[in-house]
Design a protein around this ligand. Sequence first.
Ligand SMILES: NC(=O)c1ccc[n+]([C@@H]2O[C@H](COP(=O)([O-])OP(=O)(O)OC[C@H]3O[C@@H](n4cnc5c(N)ncnc54)[C@H](OP(=O)(O)O)[C@@H]3O)[C@@H](O)[C@H]2O)c1
Length: 236
Amino acid sequence: MLQLAGKVAIVTGSTRGIGRAIAEALWRAGANVVVSGRSGTAAEALAAAWGPRALGLACDVRDPGACERLVQRAVAAFGGLDILVNNAGIGIFGTVRELTPEQWRAVLGTNLDSLFFCCHAALPALSARGAAWSINIGSLAGKNAFPGGAAYNASKFGLIGFSEALMQEVRHDGVRVSYIMPGSVATEFSHPSGSGGDDWKVRPEDIAQLVLDLLATPDRTLPSRIEVRPSRPPRP
Ligand SMILES: NC(=O)c1ccc[n+]([C@@H]2O[C@H](COP(=O)([O-])OP(=O)(O)OC[C@H]3O[C@@H](n4cnc5c(N)ncnc54)[C@H](OP(=O)(O)O)[C@@H]3O)[C@@H](O)[C@H]2O)c1
């Protein structure tokens, strides 16, 4: 089993769903983990349940100052940073005629601006480690556009461009950049009520396992893009 004792990880948007599963998997593997979301209360409650190797912080990833503080507090608490998982994301769906500028900004700010803010803040600490990762949670919507998806598609197409450019910028500094593109995952993202009917979907724990698999990759090798989808979705 992968051992991450002594490693330090930040997972954005980790109060529930995929981010929470990733944070928990990293914590179970022995890492020190910073859990975060817009709600500091939810992040703190989760970290309190996990004990001293977890720290819960409020961080709205649309705010560059909050992203800077998130990194600073992680480094101050645990002595460095090895793993940044850019997971926070929202979906607001509607045609271009329907979407408001506020909705557009909310999606692009949460899903795309955040990547720049968090990576910009974290790169000095990551590159100081000699062997670090930035893992960005994209989506199959980053290559498959659909009507009503303009904002979400733009944010996730953008994530790929950002990740590919950053990967080439920092690979020689000992920072590997990967992005995972899930299809449907059983979280509150698509069913806020948690009303069920999700049995065919990928589970958040499966995405967390992919993150652990990435981290176990030999230092000489960089799996940069991972697509993952349900094996047996409902037939069209
Ligand atoms: N579920 C899917 O089918 C699916 C498929 C492909 C890709 N994805 C991607 O996977 C990622 C996680 O999705 P999920 O399904 O786990 O969603 P989720 O269950 O709705 O969880 C989203 C997380 O992001 C946080 N968040 C939202 N806005 C934020 C902000 N401005 N700043 C900081 N944190 C914020 C939320 O916490 P707070 O509300 O406390 O802020 C929550 O912890 C997203 O990037 C999403 O695009 C999901």
